[in-house]
Ligand binder design. Structure first.
Ligand code: ISE
Length: 355
């Protein structure tokens, strides 16, 4: 079978990274077309990829006969319209998180998929493909540490761009824990509480931030977000259960002892920390798209093998509650949503792995 020809919209940090990963490490796919709001940048990136050409607009890329499936990695605010156009063109999509910045836009995507009668959209919550998180989930499921009661999570960036706001910390950074912790605990978030310590010199951003998520049944997730930590990109997660704890092990490959000190390196950002997760995410998605094209997947399950549009929507609903807590103060109830019959059927009729 010929490779899946992937069109990429957006060549910022994640678009460029996906182009490199697909080209170097993914079997059964190639990058065929690239579009960016900055046409020169699209051309420059395409010139480095032998199978790719630059197209002048995202719309022409979605319609192009040379594109079988899409990676959407443009700015968050443009996701919903490109996802909608891809569903209309009946082309599978891997959309970077967040699926869309607002709950209303996510709801519209759910409606479009249901009308199309199949899932077409996978959301780039790549932590579900990280072997550390996968193992955390398995160990919780095995009952080894008893009922999980709480989690301590830390999420630190070195720095953020000038356009970043306190809300972006929630939609762009916290959204990962907002997605992955309910997946590990097998429980929905019912309440969110946002807080921020008061620094000696107030800055432009609230940083660090603390988010406490309460899950059904009473488990608690404590999340520290510190996006201008300055020292490195670091992710920690320890889950405390009734009979023990389980945590992600440090990921550095070496430990250095020198000059009366012991040290290990931190990656500068998430691409290094989650490189293998991104590779597994992309390969799993490409395999799902190939099986779907061969007619090997029940129609409504669609070309998806990982977090779907419902997961993107669920994360948006929780993020909205966190943002409400940020603006009004105090705990905010997360709107209760239950998986509709259509998504339940898609998931149970899917022949694929469980994510
Ligand atoms: C970034 O946008 C990402 O998506 C990373 O995965 C996240 O860890 C980081 O905090 C965000 O800035």
């Amino acid at each position: 079978m010929r490779p899946i020809r992937i069109g990429v919209i957006g060549t910022g940090i994640m678009g460029s990274d996906h182009i490199e990963t697909v080209t170097a490490s993914i079997s059964g796919a190639e990058i065929s077309c690239i579009a960016d709001i900055d046409a020169k940048r699209a051309e420059m990136i395409a010139s480095r990829v032998p199978s790719a050409k630059a197209l002048s607009s995202a719309e022409s890329l979605i319609e192009s006969p040379d594109v079988d499936a899409l990676i959407i990695a443009s700015s968050d605010a443009t996701h919903a319209k490109y996802v909608a156009a891809s569903i209309a063109a009946q082309k599978p999509v891997l959309c970077e998180k967040p699926l869309a910045p607002t709950v209303a836009e996510c709801e519209e995507i759910l409606r479009l998929e249901e009308t199309a009668g199949k899932r077409m959209v996978q959301v780039g919550f790549m932590r579900r493909f990280d072997l550390g998180y996968v193992e955390l989930r398995k160990r919780i499921g095995s009952g080894e540490i008893g009922t999980p009661l709480l989690a301590h999570c830390v999420h630190r960036n070195v720095d953020v761009p000038a356009s970043w706001t306190s809300a972006t910390t929630v939609t762009s950074s916290a959204s990962h824990e907002i997605d992955v912790m309910p997946w590990i605990f097998h429980r929905e978030v019912i309440r969110a509480n946002w807080m921020s310590p008061i620094p000696s010199t107030p800055g432009r951003l609230c940083d660090p931030q603390v988010v406490i998520l309460e899950l059904e049944g009473g488990a608690l997730i404590f999340l520290e977000l510190f996006v201008t930590s300055g020292y490195g990109y670091e992710i920690k997660c320890e889950i405390v259960g009734e009979k023990g704890t389980v945590e992600l092990a440090p990921t550095a490959r070496t430990v250095v002892r020198s000059g009366l000190k012991i040290s290990r390196d931190f990656p500068p950002d998430w691409r290094g920390r989650f490189a293998e997760a991104y590779r597994r995410e992309l390969q799993t998605w490409v395999n799902a798209v190939s099986r779907w094209r061969l007619g090997d997947v029940k129609t409504e399950a669609g070309p998806v093998d990982g977090p779907d549009a419902w997961d993107g929507y669920r994360a948006a609903v929780t993020s909205q509650a966190v943002l409400a807590s940020m603006s009004q103060g105090g705990p905010v109830r997360v709107e209760s949503i239950s998986l509709p019959e259509f998504y339940l059927r898609c998931r149970t009729s899917s022949s694929m792995l469980e994510h």
